[in-house]
Ligand binder design. Structure first.
Ligand code: C5P
Ligand code: MG
Length: 245
């Protein structure tokens, strides 16, 4: 027995089978709206891209536990106009949103490996837009990025018009960094602050990050600060670098 809701067009309109009943039409229209919204969102994003002026950027690198986040916070407290964007924090926030991307991010973080560069770079780009839209800020400390050649290439693809002032490298002996991470692990709740993942994070640092630091070094872009001391003492050296900007 045919569904009469679908059958009434018979003879006057092309014959639809059951999969084209009004219910299916609803799904079709719903999908079309989603596609349109998606398209509008991406158009909005690209117009946002045009409105972000050339920004001043300092990349902040160093091994896990070198104190990148701590120093960035001190810079934002004492140096007017600078904002802090942590690649790791942005990835953890994105992971919280769940979904397939959240799963991918979690897998990489829990394994001490790097998340696909395009994902990280896009989050940074979005973060810069948000800061600019909110406060007009155009000076960014980008913490934990670029951590690999892939990260640097992703940056070059979409963000190369910004001015990278220098790469701040926080130099710290491995045993000091491990001690800090294990201590932080007691309260951080992070699933990568444990010895098993810490080892992998150091492997990733040696394999992926050290070569990119060398590469920036060859271009005279790296400013090294010894990070094996109290945070205020490290900051005194960091602050001196910002005086020159
Ligand atoms: O810098 P942070 O220690 O917060 O990074 C935590 C983790 O986030 C890294 O071990 C890595 O899995 C991921 N990450 C990444 N790419 C970056 C920065 C962080 O994949 N550029
Ligand atoms: Mg950090």
């Amino acid at each position: 027995m045919p569904d009469k809701d679908c059958d009434y067009h018979k003879g006057t309109r092309p014959t639809f089978n059951l999969s084209f009943c009004p219910f299916s039409l609803g799904i079709f229209l719903g999908t079309a709206v989603l596609v349109a919204l998606n398209r509008r969102q991406s158009q909005r994003n690209s117009s946002e891209d045009e409105t972000l002026p050339t920004c001043q950027v300092v990349f902040v690198l160093g091994g896990p536990g070198a104190g990148k986040g701590t120093q960035c916070e001190l810079v934002t407290q004492h140096q007017p106009g600078w904002s802090h964007l942590s690649a790791g924090d942005l990835l953890r926030a994105e992971r919280q949103r769940g979904g397939e991307l959240g799963d991918t991010i979690n897998k990489c973080i829990a394994d001490g490996r790097l998340v696909p560069s395009k994902v990280t770079c896009r989050l940074l780009e979005k973060g810069m837009h948000e800061v600019y839209a909110k406060s007009g800020g155009t000076k960014f400390l980008i913490d934990g990025f670029p951590r690999s050649q892939g990260n640097a290439e992703a940056w070059k693809d979409t963000m190369s018009h910004h001015k990278v002032e220098f790469v701040l490298f926080l130099d710290c002996p491995e045993e000091v960094m491990i001690g800090r991470l294990l201590e932080r692990g007691q309260t951080s709740g992070r699933n990568d602050d444990n010895m098993q993942v810490i080892k992998k994070r150091f492997e990733t640092f040696e394999l992926e990050t050290a070569p990119i630091v060398d590469w920036y070094d060859q271009q005279g872009k790296v400013k090294r600060v010894s990070a094996d001391k109290g945070q205020e003492d490290v900051y005194a050296d960091v602050a001196a670098l910002f005086e020159t900007l």
